[in-house]
Design a protein around this ligand. Structure first.
Ligand code: CA
Length: 463
């Protein structure tokens, strides 16, 4: 009876509140409220529903289970949440933004809340494929970030944030340009920004720009005795980022820059220890750091053990295979990774989760690794493990992820993998094949064309 009375009171006292916010000013918030027009609550709700249906309807999948649909569309949903719009529209229809970099209100686009260390891997390639008009705005915003701060962001939230390693803005920028997504008028600025980033580091935010560039640019690696943490991870990521820059320079006809960066892209070799067949911390005098603890997270790696960076050469997998001595040796170590248990595991970070042997799907540095079986000539193992990870590490429940989802990256991995292909090395237009999860998938592109993926004999057993 009390509940019924309470409910009646609620109905009698129901009010509708119209609210808007702005990063710019109170007057702009009033302007933003105009977006609602005269719509009532139900109309706003229906419009939101229709918009999500359009966004999520860009990919249609058929022939799966209800749980698989829920997981797939939950992942696609999360892939579209970040980065967030940080721009607004004035009363004359002009795009403008509050700059988190210099505090001014300026014309043009701005997006925020994404960490490139995570999202360069497959989230941005997914945007380029399915939502290029959105990434065009994001890229325009990156050009603005460079104009307003002298740096591309690595972890924007909303200004430069000290977080993670690498210079993976190079990947995000070059992938969009090479795929024809970036607005023409921003390409020159973004190219300049990429090149500027290799010789400097932000004065107060050490993860913006390249920490340790003096060492990397002379020795070809960041030594572990330089007082810079996560030196192996930084070296490997800078090498990949250099490759992304080389790809850009090549596309722009800058042969001199291309040659220089194509050489630097091979710097991963400098931290490969042939005696252990692992990437390993190295002193400035060339000696390896000791002791080598293959099951421990530590100063040389980012949120990872040596196993999790062992296969991070996405841009030169054939070169990586050569370092192992042979395809057979490479495959043997790949196989071992999935079954190897160790009492010696020492994890002083909480990020190493979603374990299958030493494989850790719950964090990002290894998420491309399964697809490397294709380069080694055993694609059926990629197909097997990709399906296994999709089945075991994702569920359509509130705790449906096995670790860090991280701004859409772990979700985008699932979306690509369920479609049957994955961007191992953003910065090329190549995808590596896995095996589709559904019997049929249709991608509706913004240019009006469709891609239909048919796998009618697909099943739990026939992957
Ligand atoms: Ca993470």
């Amino acid at each position: 009876k009390a509940i019924r009375r309470q409910r009646q009171m609620c109905i009698r006292d129901r009010v509708t509140v119209r609210a808007a916010s702005s990063f710019i000013s109170q007057m702009q918030a009033v302007q933003n409220l105009e977006e609602l027009g005269k719509d009532d609550f139900e109309t706003v709700k229906a419009k939101a529903q229709a918009h999500w249906d359009e966004v999520l309807g860009r990919i249609e999948v058929e022939g799966g289970t209800t749980d698989q649909y829920r997981t797939f569309y939950s992942c696609l949903y999360r892939s579209t949440l970040f980065p967030r719009k940080f721009y607004e529209i004035d009363k004359n229809g002009n795009i403008l933004h509050y700059s988190p970099y210099n505090g001014e209100v300026l014309p043009g686009y701005m997006y925020t809340d994404t960490g490139f260390w995570d999202t360069f891997r497959s989230l941005f390639p997914l945007l380029n494929l399915v939502y290029p008009s959105v990434n065009a705005e994001i890229q325009a915003g990156l050009a603005n970030a460079y104009r307003e701060s002298g740096f591309l962001p690595e972890w924007a939230s909303p200004g430069h944030r000290g977080c993670m390693v690498g210079n993976n803005s190079a990947s995000v920028v070059s992938d969009a340009i090479l795929k024809g997504v970036t607005p023409e008028e921003d390409i020159a600025t973004l190219y300049e920004a990429m090149l500027a980033g290799r010789r400097k580091v932000h004065p107060t935010v050490s993860s913006t720009g390249r920490l340790g560039h003096e060492y990397y640019n002379t020795l070809g690696y960041i030594p572990y005795d330089a007082g810079i943490n996560e030196n192996v991870a930084r070296t490997l990521e800078y090498a990949y980022d250099d490759w992304a820059i080389a790809r850009m320079a090549q596309a722009m006809g800058r042969d001199d820059v291309f040659g220089e960066y194509a050489r630097r892209a091979l710097n991963y070799v400098n931290v490969f220890d042939g005696s252990t067949c692992f990437f390993r911390g190295r002193q400035s005098d060339g000696n390896w750091s000791a002791p080598f603890e293959e099951f421990a997270t530590g100063r040389d790696y980012t949120e990872a053990t040596p196993w999790h960076y062992r296969f991070f050469v996405p841009h030169d997998v054939n070169g990586l295979i050569q370092l192992f001595g042979s395809r057979e040796a490479f495959i043997r170590e790949m196989d071992r990774l999935f079954t190897l248990e160790s009492d010696e595991m020492q994890l002083d970070v909480s990020d190493v989760t979603g374990l299958m042997g030493q494989y850790a799907h719950g964090n990002q540095p290894i998420q491309h690794m399964i697809y490397l079986y294709n380069y080694a000539g055993q694609p059926w193992k990629a197909q097997y493990w990709v399906r296994d990870v999709m089945n075991k590490m994702y569920t359509p429940t509130p705790d449906g992820y096995c670790g860090d989802e991280d701004n859409g990256q772990t979700s985008a991995w699932y979306v690509f993998s369920a479609l049957g292909f994955y961007p191992v090395a953003p910065g090329t237009t190549q995808y590596v094949l896995g095996a589709p999860l559904f019997k049929k998938a249709t991608l509706h592109f913004e240019n009006g064309k469709n891609l239909v993926i048919n796998a009618p004999e697909n099943s739990d057993k026939n992957i």
